[in-house]
Design a protein around this ligand. Structure first.
Ligand code: SF4
Length: 638
């Protein structure tokens, strides 16, 4: 048996019900390594050009990596890819929890879904045996109920369940795929693709652990985690206060998006912070398989009008942002209830909260009225209005819910040009709670990222500006980043930082590693340990150079998919709002992205990546990355 992976990928044809096992050679695993790179490999090869994302011809992939399921923090993650119904571009989304490791223990590395089942089904993969089952009785059920029923049906409470919720069945375009009822493959609408295939759930249980080439080296790495954690204030704070530990620092920097990205400071930021959560509604900390950080929150509210069931976890920083400061709501119980509803029905909290915030600004500015909202006074700061709107979205009902369930970019097509001016979307995906007006490298990465604005696709500027901690600079130097520019720069050195750290994050999304544990700067483990991890698990004598090439390969596979579907530089844009001065208080008041500076940065980024001035990947770059088969798919104009 190979080390780290099983060499087996399931292929499930949902139209015929046929299930086959592919056994790719070692060279395939070493070239693509897993996760998103492996998933996009199948999507690019097997989805015909121009395919409707909700047609049976779209391919949906679920991939672990060559290190998933091993005993080290931050390795239990799993990726979904397909053509996205939100953007029409490549869709990409990752989740953690216990499902990813359990999936690996079934003896498979991934699964590729094709076709559409004639009736609702769920897939079980138990101890190496895969089978489809009728799921008609599960339709319309919220995630917690479905999870409970499926564990009983397979007769094992330790089985892990990944599923779509009612929102996907109701056609919500930003529907998520959810495991443990609180871990989401949230972004890019993968839940709606799964629903279009009539696939309700995937249930896994197994005891086959992957073999490790060098257990001593892996054990050494594993032990370094708890030793280093107290010495690393960023990771230690993440463990103690969850991702919401960054609410207050973000506010201090003026990068906490407020009132639909109009301001960078929220006057009630303390009320939605990780500190306040720990003092009030936190029930316990949770984790993912084998992770020492334990950043996940479980909250409970038993009194008042915003009760919260702890089964659905607790809000992340992004959720505190999108349902909190974006909407100017400072009630942590209401935000946690919004998080619970998103998890019960299965929708992405970023897109959902940001879409509601955008609708609130449209209402405040008189672009829409009570006729469009179905009578809801949709004002900033009104938690009841936010929760009612959310409920209508997940049920896809009423004049407001049915429009907003498409996401804000599609809704703006209905509400007109004045509403478009207020969008905060890139490639139709709502921007997360990190402001590129101040974190300028994110301006480039939000724009160029193949699946829309994303905060987990590169390192953030404060890690590479004058005054950065030495530990982080030592790690970044391993990527040849040794000359931190001044605060707020978008000059050449910052563009290099954007491109190089994007490539590094891309290998993390290929190896399916948690970016709070593994990273090029502030995380528990840095680039040296990443190389050690892949060597320890697989036995391959990899170098950082080889891993960076794998990361670059993934970016280019996604870029090639988009190019084939007609995407180029004209879609690598930022919302108009980002070029207007921010209102409010703090260090970013009056700050905007300079359009000329942004376009110059984009020019340089394309040159660094080896693409044309119009942002198209080239046949030469495909040859450079050993994926000449992709060159044939690129548009002739290149
Ligand atoms: S840091 Fe948090 S999200 Fe990442 S693996 Fe650990 S517990 Fe899971």
């Amino acid at each position: 048996m190979p080390f780290g992976y099983f060499g087996k990928i399931l292929h499930v044809d949902l139209t015929s019900g046929n299930i086959e096992v592919e056994e790719p050679p070692e060279a395939f695993y070493r070239k693509y390594m897993g996760g998103s790179a492996m998933g996009v490999y199948y999507v690019l090869k097997d989805v015909p050009p121009g395919t409707d994302p909700l047609a049976p011809e779209n391919v949906l992939t679920l991939m672990t990596s060559v290190v998933t399921g091993t005993s080290v923090s931050g390795q239990s993650r799993i990726n979904m890819n397909a053509r996205s119904p939100l953007s029409g571009a490549i869709g990409d989304s990752q989740s953690g929890g216990f499902f990813p490791a359990e999936f690996k223990f079934t003896g498979f590395d991934g699964v590729v879904f094709r076709g559409r089942s004639p009736h609702p089904v769920y897939l079980t993969i138990i101890e190496g045996v895969a089978a489809l089952h009728d799921a008609s009785h599960l339709m319309g059920k919220i995630t917690g109920e479905t999870e409970k029923l499926l564990k009983v049906e397979v007769g094992d409470p330790k089985a892990e369940v990944m599923q779509i919720g009612p929102a996907a069945e109701n056609g919500v375009r930003f529907a998520a795929v959810i495991n443990m009822s609180n871990r989401l493959n949230g972004r890019t609408g993968m839940g709606l693709v799964m629903a279009s295939k009539n696939l309700k759930a995937i249930v896994v249980r197994g005891k086959t652990k992957p073999q490790v080439a060098d257990p001593d080296l892996l054990s050494k790495l594993h032990k370094l985690g708890p030793k280093w954690m107290p010495e690393n204030p960023d990771v230690d704070g993440l463990g103690k206060l969850g991702t919401a530990s960054v609410v207050l620092p973000q506010n201090m920097m003026g990068t906490l998006p407020t009132r639909n990205y109009t301001e960078g400071q929220f006057e009630y930021c303390e009320d939605i912070s990780g500190e306040r959560m720990a003092e009030t509604i936190l029930k316990k900390r949770d984790t993912c398989y084998a992770c020492v950080v334990r950043c996940k929150r479980v909250v409970e509210v038993t009194e008042g009008k915003y009760t919260v069931d702890p089964h659905y976890g607790g809000p992340e920083y992004e959720t505190c942002g999108t349902f909190g400061s974006y909407c100017a709501i400072n009630d942590l119980a209401a935000i946690s209830r919004a998080n619970m509803i998103c998890n019960m029905y299965g929708v992405d909290t970023i897109t959902c909260g940001a879409t509601i915030a955008w609708a609130m600004e449209c209402f405040e500015k008189g672009i829409i009225g009570l006729e469009q909202t179905g009578g809801i006074e949709l004002r900033f700061g009104d938690a009841d209005a936010m929760l009612e709107t959310l409920q209508q979205i997940v049920e896809n009902r009423g004049p407001l819910g049915s429009i907003l369930s498409l996401g804000s970019a599609a809704a703006a097509q209905v509400w007109g040009p004045a509403s478009e001016e207020l969008l905060v979307t890139v490639k139709n995906q709502e921007a997360p709670a990190h402001m590129p007006q101040a974190k300028k490298a994110l301006a480039v990465v939000f724009a160029v990222n193949a699946f829309g604005a994303d905060h987990q696709s590169s390192e953030h500027d404060p890690m590479y500006e004058e005054g950065t901690a030495q530990l982080y600079l030592d790690r970044l130097a391993e990527l040849d980043l040794k000359d931190p520019p001044p605060y707020g720069s978008l000059g050449p050195e910052k563009v290099r930082f954007a491109a190089y750290t994007q490539i590094f994050y891309s290998i993390l999304d290929t190896l399916e590693l948690c970016q709070f544990v593994w990273g090029p700067a502030w995380c528990l483990y840095g680039p040296t340990e990443l190389v050690d991890l892949v060597r320890a698990v697989t036995g391959w004598k990899v170098s950082l150079y080889e891993l960076m090439k794998v990361g670059e390969r993934r970016i280019n596979l996604m870029r090639a998919f988009n190019a084939r579907e007609g995407f180029d530089r004209s879609q690598d844009t930022l919302p108009k709002k980002f070029f207007k001065p921010l209102a409010g208080t703090g260090p970013t008041a009056g700050v905007a992205i300079d359009r000329q500076e942004f376009e110059t940065a984009l020019d340089l980024y394309y040159q660094i990546m080896g693409w044309t001035p119009s942002g198209m990947p080239t046949p030469a770059k495909m040859e450079d990355l050993g994926i000449h088969w992709v060159a044939e798919m690129l548009p002739q104009a290149v």
